[in-house]
Design a binder for this molecule. Structure first.
Ligand code: 7TS
Length: 405
């Protein structure tokens, strides 16, 4: 059996999404900027996709939605644009973020620090969440931007973005939220939360990889990312990736309609898995259930190195993660577990299991059985601390992504 429980890394493209994309590869392949019918017949598809994004996140007509290539791009763009507009060409010098953001925010902040920007990395509480009042205490009259994720990719913990947005507004500071792990999992309503900028990525909600979106409240100014033609209001030039945009639109519609019903089913399976795994002695799950996205669980198994566990599960056909796939080449401790102050040894024991609307009860039962087998095997190898154990028929702990065609 093959069980995919790494849906926070990426998701299967929904069959309905694939079929809506298909004609835009082979029939309606014109350049949307061309004046002839081949170009113009792509417009309704693009418009429908953008409309679906507006509806899914409850954006207003005054707001803007820009298509990007991924959330990494959206995150980089917001941070670097604020740097140019408010710091290099303004009188601010400070950005606030958290210790547990995705590397696309953290690495950009490190870059900005190297350029002289002052960056505050807010600490998280024992649940892995930044408390809103902490944000307030770090804002100064030099703060240009606060960037805090809506939900964490490793733990699924949901952040108090509405309160944080309000604090930012009261202080005249821009607020950006990375909502990659929230869209399609919990209600994301920009009219209620009121962020200035919000990043999204299609492949996290059963859309294609390589396309994302950036929401901008009240269409406020953002310095151009790619100069060229007049695409995306001259801010991100380049011929639109029509099939992927169409796919993202269909995917966000599917992921957000009947949200409560779909997520109730996912939550039930996640809770069943969580309850069963917590029966294993000396385990704990990071963050309380009721403040977590319904599909995620980060479990620590004392004495079992996460990477070893990952490879044992892989041998059984189960795809899991020790944290962000983008950081999983190194045998590093789980960053969120380190941030919540976990013992360094325990911080190496995290295994993230993330479900989707396609996960079945049979798959969960299979996972429970084989997860327990894997823990028994690894705990038997070493009574104290299992380093990456060679798994029978398994591969070394490597994750090399092809770099060149
Ligand atoms: N932000 C968050 C919160 C994420 O979880 C990810 C991907 C990204 C940004 C980057 O998105 P992309 O569109 O650029 O791919 N997170 C993960 C993960 O948790 N495991 O693999 C990728």
């Amino acid at each position: 059996m093959r069980v995919y429980l790494d849906n926070n890394a990426t998701t299967m493209v929904a069959p309905e999404v694939v079929s809506e994309m298909e004609p835009y590869f082979s029939q309606k392949y014109g350049n949307p900027n061309s004046l002839h019918d081949f170009g113009r017949e792509t417009h309704p598809g693009i418009q429908r996709a953008i409309d679906r994004i507006y509806t899914a996140i409850n954006a207003n007509d005054e707001d803007d939605i820009i298509i990007t290539s991924c959330a990494t791009e959206s995150n980089n763009w917001v941070l670097k644009s604020v740097w140019v507009d408010k710091i290099l060409n303004g009188d601010k010098n400070h950005i606030i973020t958290t210790e547990v953001e995705h590397p696309s925010v953290l690495a950009t902040c490190k870059f900005l620090e190297s350029q002289g920007v002052k960056v505050t990395y807010l600490p998280v509480n024992h649940e892995g969440v930044v408390e809103a009042h902490i944000v307030n205490s770090f804002i100064t009259n030099k703060t240009a931007l606060v960037s805090v994720m809506w939900a964490n990719n490793e733990t699924g913990m949901i952040f108090p973005v509405k309160e944080i947005a309000e604090i930012c507004r009261e202080n005249g500071v821009l607020f950006h939220t990375d909502a990659v792990q929230a869209v399609g999992k919990i209600k994301v309503d920009v009219n209620e939360v009121k962020p200035d900028f919000m990043s999204m990525s299609a492949h996290k909600f059963h859309g294609p990889k390589g396309v994302g979106a950036l929401y901008i409240k009240d269409s406020q100014a953002l310095s151009p990312l790619l100069n060229g033609g007049e695409h995306m209001g001259g801010r991100r030039s380049g011929t639109l990736n029509v099939p992927y945009i169409v796919g993202m639109g269909k995917a966000i519609e599917l992921a957000t309609q009947n949200l409560e019903e779909t997520t109730a089913k996912i939550r039930k399976l996640r809770d069943k898995l969580e309850d069963a795994l917590l029966e294993i002695p000396d385990t704990f799950v990071v963050g309380s259930r009721d403040n977590r996205t319904p599909n995620t669980l980060l479990i620590s198994i004392k004495g079992v190195e996460g990477e070893g566990m990952l490879w044992d599960l892989n041998r059984y056909g189960i795809g899991a993660s020790t944290g962000s796939a983008c950081a999983s080449e190194d045998l590093e401790a789980n960053t969120v577990m380190v941030a919540i102050g976990e013992d360094p040894e325990l911080a190496h024991t995290g295994i993230r299991l993330s479900l989707s609307r396609y996960t079945t009860e049979e798959e969960i039962d299979y996972t429970i059985e084989h997860f327990k087998k894997a823990v028994d095997r690894l705990r038997n190898i070493s009574s104290s601390y299992a380093k990456v154990a060679p798994t029978p028929g398994g591969e070394a702990a490597e994750c090399h992504i092809p770099q060149h065609a």
